[in-house]
Design a protein around this ligand. Structure first.
Ligand SMILES: Nc1ncnc2c1ncn2[C@@H]1O[C@H](COP(=O)(O)OP(=O)(O)OP(=O)(O)O)[C@@H](O)[C@H]1O
Length: 347
């Protein structure tokens, strides 16, 4: 079979989110068939490694080629017009910011568990605690070893399969620091650029709550795939979440979706979930703004003990762990939609 033949075959593979076949969409970058006609190398424009949707697309491509008697060799790459030496973080495929309008809604908890969930799916993951005003990620993942410096770069410690970097490593826990805008800008850019992240599928950022300087710096400096907005179900938190959404809108940042935390209380005695803050607020917010709803996690004492003990609950068993795992999958899937749309626009 020749290359046009392979392309024709691949017209049977449909992208479930972009609603067309991968060839018409321009998601097949390259096809090479070896001279003896047995091996087909196909480069696909897929950008969210280990996401269930993209894994399924790749699997369908593989089966289609195998059924036609070909030996498939697949690779994935989102074409970009920017040269690698002009890119910020060229070895990082996706930067995902976790944001909230209001403090204390569980944004860090969500960032940590989504990152750990992605790592658990098999992805290489970095977790950057950009919450300069209250860095608590190291405790939540049990990262006690400070980073090493290796000449010019900072080598982040690895914990639960994630490379972790935090302001907390630089300031110390009992060392209150008052950060002003320009300092925040400097430290964030330095931390991101001077850290040796290696190749990453996902770099998850825990932003400080609200819509201040740090958030703006990050939106302006880093190539974000998109943001995850965390909210609790009650009205006050939702109003603040809307402010966060506006900020991302103004900066043309994709919002990967809304995740609801403390959606009900999981009673440790009876095991069932009771409604505390009202029901379905996050889902309504997502619907009103035409955004994906990523899922909800109940208020569960095990989440806090996991956080305090440095063991993200997503890595454990049970329904709350599964809820976080489902959100991680939805985040990866929606990052994939953003990346494939970018590829379609380039094609
Ligand atoms: N679903 C949950 N069930 C039980 N406890 C939770 C849950 N989510 C978060 N917590 C706990 O609530 C506290 C605040 O969570 P977290 O630090 O993640 O919030 P935050 O929004 O990042 O806060 P900040 O505004 O300080 O950055 C932590 O002690 C955490 O363990």
């Amino acid at each position: 079979m020749d290359e046009p033949g392979v392309r024709d075959l691949l017209r049977s593979v449909v992208d479930p989110d972009l609603d067309d076949d991968i060839v018409s969409l321009g998601l097949v970058n390259d096809v090479t068939v070896r001279e003896d006609g047995t091996t087909a190398s196909v480069s696909l424009a897929l950008g969210a490694p280990y996401s269930p949707t993209e894994t399924a697309i790749a699997e369908e491509v593989r089966t289609t080629l195998t059924d036609a008697g070909l030996d498939p060799e697949l690779s994935a790459r989102i074409p970009t017009a920017v040269a690698p030496d002009e890119q910020v973080l060229p070895k990082v495929k996706n930067v995902i910011a976790v944001a909230s309008g209001k403090g204390g809604v569980g944004k860090s908890t969500m960032a940590v568990n989504v990152a750990a969930g992605l790592a658990d799916m098999g992805a290489s993951v970095g977790l950057f605690d950009a919450d300069v005003y209250g860095p608590n990620v190291p405790r939540m993942v049990g990262a006690e070893t400070p980073p090493r410096t290796d000449g010019e770069t900072i080598v982040p410690p690895e914990q639960h399969g994630m490379r972790v970097m935090s302001m907390d490593f630089l300031t110390g826990e009992d060392d209150p620091v008052i950060w002003r805008g320009p300092m925040v800008h400097k430290i964030i850019t330095q931390l991101v650029e001077d850290v040796d992240w290696g190749g990453l599928d996902y770099l998850v950022l825990d932003l400080p709550p609200g819509t201040g300087d740090t958030q703006l710096t990050i939106l302006q400096t880093l190539p974000l795939t998109g943001a995850v907005i965390v909210t609790t179900p009650e009205e006050v938190a939702l109003d603040d979440a809307v402010k966060g959404l506006r900020m991302f809108g103004k900066h043309d940042t994709n919002v990967l979706g809304v995740a609801e935390n403390m959606a009900g209380f999981r009673c440790p005695d009876c095991g069932s979930v009771h409604d505390v803050f009202g029901e379905g607020g996050g889902e309504r917010l997502a619907a009103e703004h035409d955004l994906p709803f990523l899922g909800g996690v109940p208020l569960d004492p095990a989440v806090r003990t996991g956080g305090d003990g440095g063991e993200p609950i997503v890595l454990g068993e049970g329904e709350t762990a599964e809820a976080f795992a489902a959100i991680s999958e939805a985040v990866a899937n929606n990052a994939g939609v953003v990346r494939r749309r970018q590829a379609v626009e380039q094609a």
